[in-house]
Design a protein around this ligand. Structure first.
Ligand SMILES: *Cc1c(COP(=O)(O)O)cnc(C)c1O
Length: 226
């Protein structure tokens, strides 16, 4: 068995059926994706539209679910609307409006997560509760028929402080619970809590994650200079 297949099996053995693994393949070649696919992996995550679209084109014969996990610019939604399975990074009404519009063109309903800002670093993307409420309370949102909000996503601080990471994931879980209670109590599809990466996925699981997004410990280190 190859190294990538080994890494995937290793992680999957530690996951319950309730937790989905997104294999984050950004910067890595399609050969790596195929190796993961042959090991049974079906969900792949990319953070750049251009890269995801290119890989989608090359791997059209594979029944892969493509997840967009990085910041998404409104003017790029049109390139992924036809095939994206889940967008993890919705952080504005304007973006959601565009996703709805492009999804409609393809006769699809696109599943989305609202990204929350839980880290102490200012640089990370994401909303707070008031901002998310503003979107969900808007008249625009109530008209959208081609987007479905199915949960939330967040990234913890880049730190070795496990207690801090745990606190941030716990904050995201509380945010998820509050949203569920305030807006989605009758919507069974609202059930996803996307949190946890290579360095902190075990903490994320302890805090109730249903989707982990894992790259480096499956595919190795990324080289951004290629
Ligand atoms: C790159 C990336 C990941 C995966 O990071 P690793 O540390 O390699 O597991 C997860 N989530 C997002 C949003 C990312 O951009």
């Amino acid at each position: 068995m190859g190294l990538i297949a080994n890494n995937i099996n290793d992680i999957k053995q530690q996951l319950s059926d309730k937790v989905k693994l997104v294999a984050v393949s950004k910067t890595h070649p399609v050969e790596y994706i195929v190796e993961a696919y042959n090991a049974g992996q079906r969900i792949f995550g990319e953070n750049k539209v251009q890269e995801m679209t290119a890989k989608y084109e090359m791997l059209k014969d594979y029944d892969i679910k493509w997840h967009l996990i990085g910041h998404l610019q409104t003017n790029k939604v049109k390139y992924i609307a036809e095939f994206v399975d889940l967008i993890h990074s919705v952080d504005s009404l304007k973006l959601l409006k565009e996703i709805n519009k492009q999804a409609k063109k393809h006769n699809r309903v696109i599943n989305c997560l609202i990204q929350f800002h839980i880290a102490s670093e200012e640089t990370k993307f994401g909303l707070d509760y008031a901002e998310a409420s503003q979107i969900l309370d808007s008249e625009d949102f109530k008209q959208f028929e081609n987007v479905h909000i199915v949960g939330v996503m967040g990234m913890a601080s880049f730190t070795d402080d496990k207690q801090l990471i745990k606190k941030e994931f716990s904050l995201l879980r509380n945010t998820y619970n509050k949203l569920k209670n305030d807006y989605f109590s009758s919507d069974k599809a609202f059930c996803e809590l996307s949190m946890g990466m290579s360095s902190d996925w075990k903490i994320a699981i302890e805090e109730g994650s249903t989707i982990i997004r894992v790259g480096s410990i499956i595919f190795g280190n990324r080289n951004y200079n290629l």
